[in-house]
Design a protein around this ligand. Structure first.
Ligand SMILES: *Cc1c(COP(=O)(O)O)cnc(C)c1O
Length: 361
């Protein structure tokens, strides 16, 4: 049996949810579990987020997975529905949906005569305040609001927008986006939402009635140059495997594909059963730390599909079967992400189905 395992700490998840509540005490929490709960397992994570006021996913398929898991929190589709089939499925399952474009408004209007759907739908009308990805422009927004308001299908309308640069406290774009949002929605007395994790941490003026944490629930910081622990968060995922072979190298011997690293002196190499086939980043550079027995050892040579090699040093006592931690407890995922020139989000989302998941409390 191969050793790679993602251990998921559900009490850390609840701790992080409580941390969100402390940071945004006046707001309700829409916990974001898209992309298989950022690679943590959508069903178990959502069951662990019972205390969240709502759960948000990207698409219908993810929402249905929640329904099948018996989740009772309200579920919100962040990208809305695509086409009529998804629209009726959204209605029939009682999901809430983001509305961000004209086609969706027209579909809603085309169901006016369907009495069975009367006052059925809760929508989140999305304003584009500068992200220029999803959302209506300010000129279209108020008109869209009134169209929804007069629809017999619609039960409630909430308003939302999304921040583009909230991870950077030196960037004034977030303040401009908040001002723009406030300006456009000021006449409308309903619930509003803007803040992702970075907004929750760094931009209190973006909190409004609902916050939408994603990455911070999993214990990682969204902020440039910071780690989750610095916001009082705890890592939910610990990715671990085992040293399954030991090699003795002479000075000048190389390791792995491309022979990109040569031992500067006689040393011992540990081979760890994890590779890009498990989601460990192939671009992790020589020097990326790996934790064995509480000690850090540098990755040397290239990451292969099924294994990596670490330099244990000439008189190491590490032996075959010793546990190796790739990130999580004792080794911040943000640090590994830096070494691989990426962000924690992609490391989490990249874990493949070959890795075993173990949930504990
Ligand atoms: C993914 C997402 C979030 C959560 O973002 P984090 O940076 O992970 O906190 C919030 N809102 C929307 C619309 C999203 O798509």
């Amino acid at each position: 049996m191969r050793a790679p395992k993602a251990k998921i700490d559900l009490s850390a998840l609840r701790h992080n949810l409580a941390t969100v509540k402390q940071l945004a005490p006046a707001s309700k929490i829409m916990a974001v579990v898209k992309a298989d709960a950022y690679g943590h397992g959508i069903q178990q994570i959502s069951l662990g987020l019972e205390q969240a006021d709502a759960i948000a996913v990207a698409c219908l398929k993810e929402a249905i997975a929640l329904k099948n898991a018996g989740i009772s929190n309200p579920v919100i589709l962040l990208e809305g529905f695509f086409g009529e089939k998804e629209f009726t499925q959204t209605l029939n399952n009682g999901f809430e949906t983001v509305i961000h474009q004209e086609e969706q408004l027209q579909l809603i209007e085309s169901y006016e005569n369907r009495r069975e759907y009367s006052e059925f739908l809760t929508v989140w009308l999305k304003l584009d305040t500068g992200m220029n990805r999803l959302g209506l422009n300010p000129e279209e927004f108020i008109d869209a609001y009134h169209r929804l308001k007069s629809s017999s299908l619609v039960k409630s309308i909430h308003l939302m927008s999304h921040l583009a640069c909230a991870d950077d406290i030196t960037n004034s774009m977030s303040s401009r986006q908040v001002e723009q949002f406030k300006k456009v929605v000021k006449e409308i007395n309903t619930q509003k939402s803007m803040a992702n994790s970075a907004g929750i941490i760094a931009w209190p003026e973006s909190h409004f009635e609902w916050v939408r944490p994603g990455i911070m629930l999993y214990g990682s910081s969204p902020m440039l140059g910071l780690k989750g622990v610095e916001h009082g968060l705890k890592p939910v995922m610990t990715l671990e495997s085992e040293v399954f072979a030991i090699k003795h190298l002479k000075a000048g011997d190389s390791v792995g594909y491309g022979a990109i690293w040569k031992a500067p002196a006689d040393t011992v190499i540990g081979v760890v059963a994890i590779g890009y086939g498990d989601g460990y980043p192939r671009h992790a550079k020589v020097g990326t730390p790996v934790l064995v027995g509480g000690k850090r050892y540098p990755l040397v040579g290239r990451v292969s599909m099924d294994m990596i090699t670490i330099d244990l040093g000439a008189d190491s006592e590490v032996k075959v079967g010793d546990k190796a931690i790739l990130w999580g407890e004792g080794l911040a995922v943000e640090e590994v992400a830096d070494w691989a020139e990426t962000i924690s989000y992609t490391l989490f989302c990249g874990i493949t189905s070959r890795v075993e998941y173990e949930y504990y409390d």
